[in-house]
Design a binder for this molecule. Sequence first.
Ligand code: NAP
Length: 259
Amino acid sequence: MDLGISGKRALVCGASKGLGRGCAEALAEAGVNLVLNARGAEALETTAAAIRTTYGVTVTTIAADITTDAGRGQVLAGAGHIDILITNAGGPPPGLWSDWNRDDFIRAIDANMLTPIALMQALMPAMIARGWGRVVNITSQSVKAPVPQLGLSNAARTGLTGFVAGTSRQVAGSGVIINNLLPGIHATDRADALDAGVVTSQGITLDAARAQRAATIPAGRYGTPAEFGAACAFLCSQHAGFIVGQNILLDGGATNATI
Ligand code: NAP
């Protein structure tokens, strides 16, 4: 299927690895030129070089922490014309509900709620003026089914979800389409870190930890960044103009819900 977005220009945050990289690759395959962001310059350059070689699109890199005012300023100053925005950053740490103080909540809300909102506020006015734009926020399965030890994430991401629910309906008439993608477990560094915790706490091998987690997913396996990226690219395509303000689970059926 031709996604109809060849020649558009996308900013993909958190793009050197994992789900962000999956989105960047799928957009590049559709002919989209890219601005890629992550904090670590080395992995970012490696990813950018691989995408240029494989897909022949132009790739600009901006190494910065997207969750800080200074980092966002750097990214926005270097990004230029952007038609497609993919927001993404690392998730907050796990813990117990009673562990967190105001500063912990402010950090989580800054990273996983106010950062994507600030990026939308900065880039959507030009999309609206041109009459076309796409935004995909990478959030989490935990928005639909809370992960108890991820209270900071549950709280911050739900705040973003509420903002998108209203805003997506305000801008859809201008051709700007916002949706959220909710990953369940995918085979990335983040999943490796979660599984390493199980290795330590249960004294089992990494393979056993992965098999144990995969057994909780109806699909019987982890998702891949390529599958995630394909869904993201579709939401950024010309065909997705009637999908507005949705929260789309990519979790292999792990969230046990009828709707
Ligand atoms: P990952 O494999 O660890 O990759 C994260 C990417 O984001 C890297 O490129 C990382 O590069 C970049 N990044 C992290 N913090 C950043 C920041 N402050 N500014 C700019 N770039 C940043 O993680 P992932 O699995 O792709 O997860 C992406 C998001 O989905 C996270 O919010 C995660 O909580 C959520 N999620 C993932 C899963 C899963 O199973 N993988 C499930 C549910 C939710 P640098 O470290 O160099 O900055």
